[in-house]
Design a protein. Structure first.
Lengths: 399, 346
């Protein structure tokens, strides 16, 4: 049986066309784009083309607003540190409680070691931002606001356009971590007030080890990595040419088919979650049903634990992921589900299925077939599950 | 993915003795939903011989928790109560060909359930009245001093990290770090005195780096006790809501329109502009109302339009759709850009 990959928010398959595009730039056109000879020239023009492809995908006004980096994490670090360094008189940073660790662990560090005041804006049970808390946190000391465009676990979309405008009213810069959003929602940066945006290549069928940071023209930038004059001096280091060229191709492919792909993926996602929720019972979809990535669904199954579900899915060739404690090595369920106040009865059993444009209806139907038996099998083993359906009377002395 | 041994995988995929045991006459229970794992061990003991004739388990937990429970039942069946009492979590881990260190608490959970079942059979009081033994150290995972001490002794633990791996204590909010360190150093000191471990190995109080205070989301508290029962007579909070792609959502998936350069200003006075804005909002209200919300114009000042969001539109998410859509319509009508801002809640 062919494996079914529904973990596309973790990483995606590199499109074969992308690999083809990259291959000549390893052993044939291997030059350094900075060199003044034919070897370098070829690479230089390929890089310019790739940059314009990415520019088109994100709707940036100028191609030089894109800085290539090593990935989403570097982009996020660069953006936050730049904003703080460029506005030393402002010492506060606003972000949300549900950001990726690439934001939150840096926020912890800045708070603890660098004297930055950090506001972590909470979310409601559907993962939607508390705008009033955000408004209250904004003030004349706010250097930067960073809210993710879309949540990696639930797919909930934050209204970044409006959030950026609020930041600007307070004179603060606005950054968004759009690692999960690029390629999955239409993005047109030039029509927004967003100052900086992070993205990652391997989330949209490009190669790993590459990301980009969009910095709007006119926004002051302080490099994270100082070195050569690459990226107009904003990010030193010889360009990762094959990867950049691969990302350019992935951006072309994504943009070309996006208008048709997104509604189709959303329909498949709905088919998947409706199929599972209908058949299984005692489970629910987390996140904001109205404003969600088209490819993501996280379903919380009550009274069972996520790692066990994933292991049984994996045995049937189905790859998904979990916000449960046991898969991560931490002992508590994901910070996103906790921030959403998902009850413990279900938080440990939350499974994320993330689709891609390669997902087929046949695959979705196979998962709908497989999941109920797996859930039943584990629930039968669970002391919290009574066969009548629902919670059993089980209150261990030690608990 | 964890590096599980073949035996762990075997006992997870083909658990032995899973399910309820109707004839059970000694039961041990440990864990809770909030902790992320729980085990109910059911034993059928022959009252004449004290032999455990059958054993079954019900487990809520990860792969290694289920495998450890399965292993535990295999280990105890056929043993007398006294023989079973001598089993430790090490025996469970060994039976399974080892467990990743981070998962050792699964084997400890097995031992704890067994200890509870044996005590019940013997009619012994279990920790409850013994304040010293039963003192709750880790509130996040409900781990008491007795369990931690047993795990330290059985497994010769000498670091805080290992104590967390084996018992989960200290793995949540870290607020118990100090009593935990104290307990570890006390038990280690006793073990040195008994000649079980050397003085070099022993943990000394204050040796662990101060734990970083754990940052929590503003306004959120992680419940340290099990949450209220999820299935109340009316199970609305967790009822299943089929997700439908709303027309609004579908519209959102179409590519964002390209913004054309702003045309010249309309030449209207601000009062006239405000009237146009009010009309635009009135026109759009049915759209919001159809979604169970509403939008009311409060004020227009300069290029800032303040609105009040109600119903489904209110609360936290200023749906980018709602405000973005309004903004676009206003721009279309007036030929210049306005910022549409929801008024703060009172």
């Amino acid at each position: 049986m062919d494996p079914i990959y529904l973990d596309n928010n973790a990483t995606t398959r590199v499109f074969p066309e992308v690999v083809q595009e990259m291959l000549p730039f390893f052993s044939e056109q291997f030059g350094n784009a900075s060199s003044i000879h034919a070897f370098g020239e070829d690479v230089g023009s390929a890089l310019r083309k790739a940059r314009r492809s990415l520019q088109a995908l994100i709707g940036a006004e100028f191609d030089h607003e894109i800085i290539f980096t090593s990935g989403g994490t570097e982009s996020n670090n660069a953006a936050i540190r730049s904003a703080l360094a460029a506005n030393p008189q402002r010492t506060e940073f606003i972000t949300s409680a549900v950001e990726h660790p690439a934001i939150l662990s840096l926020a912890d560090w800045l708070e603890k070691h660098e004297g930055i005041t950090v506001h972590r804006i909470p979310v409601d049970k559907e993962g939607r931002l508390d705008i009033d808390a955000y408004r209250e946190a904004l003030n004349s000391k706010t250097a930067l606001v960073s809210f993710m465009w879309a949540n990696n676990e639930t797919g909930t979309i934050f209204p970044v356009d409006g959030l950026a405008e609020l930041a600007h009213e307070a004179g603060a810069l606005f950054h968004t971590d759009a690692v999960q959003a690029v390629g999955k929602v239409p993005i047109d940066l030039k029509s927004t007030e967003i100052d900086m945006m992070s993205l990652s290549s391997h989330k949209l069928h490009g190669p790993k080890g590459l990301g980009a940071l969009y910095v709007r023209k006119g926004v002051r930038f302080r490099p994270l990595l100082r070195g050569g004059h690459q990226e107009r001096g904003r990010r030193g280091g010889t360009e990762n040419a094959p990867a950049i060229i691969g990302l350019g191709k992935a951006a072309d492919l994504t943009l070309a088919t996006m208008a048709g792909d997104l509604p189709r993926i959303a329909a498949l996602r709905d088919r998947l979650e409706e199929g599972i929720v209908e058949k299984v019972g005692h489970c629910f979809v987390t996140g904001d049903a109205r404003d969600r990535l088209p490819n993501t669904t996280t379903i919380a199954f009550e009274y069972i634990e996520g790692e066990a579900i994933l292991m049984l899915l994996n045995k049937q060739g189905i790859a998904a992921s979990s916000g449960s404690a046991c898969t991560s090595g931490s002992l508590e369920p994901s910070h996103v589900l906790r921030a959403m106040d998902i009850p413990f009865t279900a938080a440990h059993g939350a499974i994320r299925f993330s689709l891609s444009r390669e997902t087929t209806e046949a695959e979705v139907d196979r998962v709908i077939e497989a999941v109920p038996a797996i859930i039943d099998q584990l629930r039968e083993m669970s002391p919290f599950w009574s066969n009548e359906g629902g919670k059993a009377e089980f209150n261990p002395e030690y608990a | 993915m964890w590096d599980y041994s073949d035996k762990v995988k075997d006992h997870f995929f083909n658990p032995r003795n899973a399910g309820a045991l109707a004839e059970a006459n000694a039961v041990g229970e440990v864990g809770s939903l909030s902790c992320g794992d729980a085990l109910k061990l059911m034993l059928k003991v022959n009252p004449e011989t004290d032999v455990i004739e059958d054993a079954k388990f019900q487990t809520f937990g990860c792969g290694s928790a289920i495998a450890s429970s399965s292993a535990l039942t295999e280990l105890v069946i056929g043993k007398t109560i006294d023989e079973a009492r001598a089993l430790t979590n090490q025996d469970i881990a060994e039976f399974l060909g080892g467990l990743p260190p981070e998962k050792m608490h699964c084997s400890v959970m097995g031992q704890e359930a067994l200890t509870a079942a044996v005590a019940a059979w013997k009619g012994e009081e279990l920790d409850e009245d013994d304040h010293e033994e039963g003192a709750l150290i880790c509130k996040c995972f409900a781990v008491d001093a007795g369990m931690i001490e047993r795990a330290i002794r059985t497994n010769k633990l000498t670091t805080m990290e290992m104590v967390t791996f084996y018992t989960k204590a200290g793995g949540g909010c870290s607020s118990c770090a100090e009593p935990l360190e104290e307990l570890l150093s006390d038990v280690n000191a006793a073990m040195v005195a008994e000649g079980v471990i050397s003085a070099d190995e022993a943990f000394v109080f204050g040796a662990a780096p101060a734990p970083a205070p754990k940052k929590k989301a503003t306004g959120f508290v992680i419940p340290d006790m099990p949450p209220p029962p999820p299935v109340t007579p009316a199970p609305e909070p967790i009822s299943i809501q089929p997700i439908k792609v709303k027309p609004a959502n579908a519209a959102k998936l179409s590519p964002a329109p390209v913004i054309t350069p702003e045309p010249a200003r309309s030449g209207r006075t601000s009062a006239q502009e405000a009237i146009v804005i009010a009309r635009v909002i009135e026109e759009m209200r049915p759209v919001f109302q159809a979604d169970g919300g509403d939008v009311v114009l409060l004020d227009v000042e300069g290029n800032k339009v303040s609105v009040e969001m109600k119903g489904a539109c209110a609360g936290c998410q200023i749906a980018s759709l709602t405000l973005g859509g309004l903004r676009k319509r206003i721009r279309e009508e007036l030929g210049r850009d306005f910022v549409v801002v929801p008024a703060p809640k009172n």
